[in-house]
Design a protein around this ligand. Structure first.
Ligand SMILES: [Zn+2]
Length: 140
């Protein structure tokens, strides 16, 4: 499923011990989230400590990779690796599991995007053992 948004750059993220498992999974086409074993919160972004109750008892689980557009904007002037990317969509996607992820929407026609639009994850390989999760409209 990689290469869905070839027009967007896919710079490798900074990986640390708290996020290594997350990024390794993205390279395999899986979106992982963490769940707190004490209070049940779904934790995003990935970290060792539950932000709701402070517990260190967390576990990884595979997200469905589906959600809906919570908000979005068309970005005309990117910075850094995105300086030459041209207009692209920056969005918050609310995952089925609850967290809202900042991401890009790809594969959408102009005017097709709406708040609440169902989307699914795609992965753009960074070439460095990780992939960037982006989302495209669910077809059908
Ligand atoms: Zn907790």
């Amino acid at each position: 499923m990689s290469g869905e948004s070839a027009s967007l750059p896919a710079p490798a993220p900074a990986v640390n011990p708290e996020t290594r498992e997350y990024w390794t999974a993205t390279a395999e086409g899986r979106l992982l989230l963490k769940r707190c074993l004490d209070c049940g919160s779904v934790i995003w972004y990935p970290r060792a400590l539950c932000p709701d109750c402070g517990s260190l008892r967390t576990e990884w689980f595979a997200a469905a990779g589906r959600g809906t557009v919570y908000s979005y904007t068309l970005n005309h002037r990117g910075q850094g690796a995105y300086a030459q990317a041209g207009p692209y969509v920056l969005a918050y996607v609310e995952l089925d599991e609850g967290p809202r992820m900042m991401t890009n929407i790809v594969g959408a026609q102009a005017g097709e995007l709406t708040v609440g639009l169902p989307v699914e994850v795609v992965f753009d390989d960074t070439g460095e053992g990780s992939a960037l999760p982006r989302f495209r409209p669910v077809v059908g």
